[in-house]
Design a protein around this ligand. Structure first.
Ligand SMILES: NC(=O)c1ccc[n+]([C@@H]2O[C@H](COP(=O)([O-])OP(=O)(O)OC[C@H]3O[C@@H](n4cnc5c(N)ncnc54)[C@H](O)[C@@H]3O)[C@@H](O)[C@H]2O)c1
Length: 336
């Protein structure tokens, strides 16, 4: 079977989704949609498919569409997702949304609730966990190779000088880091966070509007303790993320999502190192693996609650993010 897909929002990332679908034998891009007609037309020409200029037109076209990618952006890179996602879910289409699910938690809840009410598959492109290296590390955890988990530390930074709001950095980037942390350590119970605005010559007080650096402590429901270091003022050259998970018997370090995985036993010096597991060479390829998984799960017609990196998972990370913000604003530990 070939999954017939459409994409709403034809910016850089909508085009990235299109390139993934185009390469796959089991997917066919049957429509693209953008409220900017020129973008929809250009994409339709490029991928030899049909152009639409609104979700309403798309859903009333009579075209057979099995699933839709929503790649809009908006405030904090998530402000525009709510409208097209609600329209598509209401019309009965499974949706793979971009992250953050929404920059507003109430809207994220509505989207997840509607997908549930309609019994529709709803996934989010939380692509950082879709790597052979993360899968291998998770197997180690599940097999008990690390013993009991004690600590999980994540550093994720990129050089992003853009400013859209004070909470742009934490809301737009850290769905990724917190999703990977949840993937290994499960749900969060409490958070405590500090932020710092980076310097900017022409900023209001010589600083960025955006709280561009964060340190957050996390207590997971299973007792694991964790820490997130995040920044939009770092990176730029090499090194996007480093994850370290420490158990009673061993620890592992996963560098740059897919590139290097190291296993350090507690009681010996026999370190295991793996590079580019499964042939995945860089972060960009996580679009292929994540979207590929979405296609496969739709073809298999899995139950909505079985979707990997679901809307519900994305809502949970956004809830952690709002607690991180509240902790800084109130100067307290916040219980989720
Ligand atoms: N998963 C990742 O690794 C990753 C990486 C980068 C960006 N992103 C996410 O991808 C998303 C898109 O980013 P981008 O840089 O391509 O944004 P962009 O602004 O370049 O493109 C968004 C497009 O959506 C269109 N649009 C908005 N509302 C619409 C609607 N209701 N109907 C039809 N079209 C609509 C806009 O006209 C625009 O062309 C963002 O949410 C961003 O956070 C994800």
């Amino acid at each position: 079977m070939s999954l017939k897909v459409a994409i709403v929002g034809m910016g850089g990332i909508g085009n990235r989704h299109a390139q993934v679908y185009e390469k796959r034998q089991d997917a066919e891009l049957v429509a693209v949609c953008d409220i900017i007609q020129e973008k929809a037309d250009r994409a339709a020409e490029r991928y030899k498919t049909k152009a639409f200029y609104s979700v309403k037109e798309l859903v009333s076209s009579g075209l057979q569409i099995d699933a839709v990618s929503v790649c809009s952006a908006g405030k904090e890179n998530g402000g525009d997702h709510h409208l097209p996602t609600m329209e598509l879910l209401e019309a009965g289409y499974p949706v793979l949304g971009e992250k953050p699910i929404s920059n507003e938690i109430a809207k994220a809840r509505e989207m997840v609730a509607l997908a549930k009410r309609k019994n529709l598959r709803y996934g989010i492109n939380l692509n950082h966990r879709f790597t052979p290296a993360a899968l291998r590390a998770r197997e180690w955890v599940q097999q008990g190779r690390l013993g009991e988990l004690n600590i999980i530390n994540m550093t994720m930074w990129i050089n992003n000088p853009n400013e859209t709001s004070p909470w742009f950095h934490i809301r737009a980037l850290h769905p990724h880091s917190l999703d990977v942390m949840r993937y290994f350590a499960d749900d969060v119970a409490k958070v405590h966070a500090f932020f710092k605005r980076g310097p900017k010559k022409d900023g209001p007080d010589g600083r960025r509007v955006c709280w561009s650096n964060v340190q957050a402590n996390l207590l997971f429901k299973n007792g694991v303790i964790g820490h997130l270091t995040g920044s939009y003022d770092a990176g730029g050259s090499y090194g996007l993320e480093t994850l370290e998970v420490v158990g009673s018997e061993a620890r592992f370090v996963l560098r740059d999502a897919c590139e290097h995985l190291e296993f350090y036993p507690r009681s010996s010096r026999q370190v295991e190192t793996y590079s580019y597991l499964g042939g995945m060479m860089g972060f960009n390829e996580t679009f292929d693996s994540r979207i590929g998984r979405w296609v496969e799960q739709n073809i298999q017609k899995v139950k909505p609650e079985e979707i990997d990196a679901s809307g519900e998972d994305a809502l949970k990370v956004q809830t952690i993010i709002e607690a991180v913000i509240e902790s800084w604003e109130k100067g307290t530990v916040v219980t989720l």
